[in-house]
Design a protein around this ligand. Structure first.
Ligand SMILES: [Fe+2]
Length: 155
């Protein structure tokens, strides 16, 4: 199958690790490989910690809000909730970045990736036609998020 060295340039997904074994070349570990577990969960294990026990509650609540918004206000309102949620999560992740030790590059990389993902989700929802939520709704969401993050920090 791999009779000779892989041609260059070689994409890591195609050549790694087979090319490394056959040719003795050292390819960087492909960043594009899908992790088998969420990196944040792995990092928590490395730090002898765990996700919040209330995660199922948060997921169920988020699903219920999204479902209700879709039923009551349609897709554009539902997308508006997505945009606001992602914006608030992005701000929350910024606060984590400020508190993380500068030397904890592993955690910082995960949070930075999460932040990039959330920004992309928000932009996608905007492009899909999200409506801006009224300020009182945004304020309620911030209040709910504060309760969630405070509780999740302890439970
Ligand atoms: Fe997201």
């Amino acid at each position: 199958m791999w009779a000779r060295c892989a041609p260059r340039p070689c994409t890591p997904a195609r050549c790694w690790p087979a090319a490394t074994r056959r040719c003795g070349t050292s390819w960087p570990k492909p960043a594009a490989r899908k992790p088998t577990t969420w990196p944040g969960r792995q990092r928590l294990r490395e730090l002898n910690d765990r996700p919040s026990l209330l995660n199922p509650v948060w997921y169920a609540g988020a699903f219920a809000i999204g479902y209700a918004a879709g039923k009551l206000g349609g897709d554009r309102l539902s997308l508006g909730f997505v945009v606001e949620t992602e914006n608030q999560v992005e701000a929350h992740l910024d606060s984590h970045m400020e508190r993380l030790p500068a030397g904890d590059t592993a955690s910082r990389a995960i949070v930075a990736q999460m932040k990039d993902d959330e920004v992309q989700h928000a932009r996608m929802a905007e492009r899909a036609g999200a409506v801006a939520l009224p300020a009182p709704v945004k304020g309620l969401m911030q209040l709910a998020a504060k309760v969630m993050t405070t509780v999740a920090h302890r439970v």
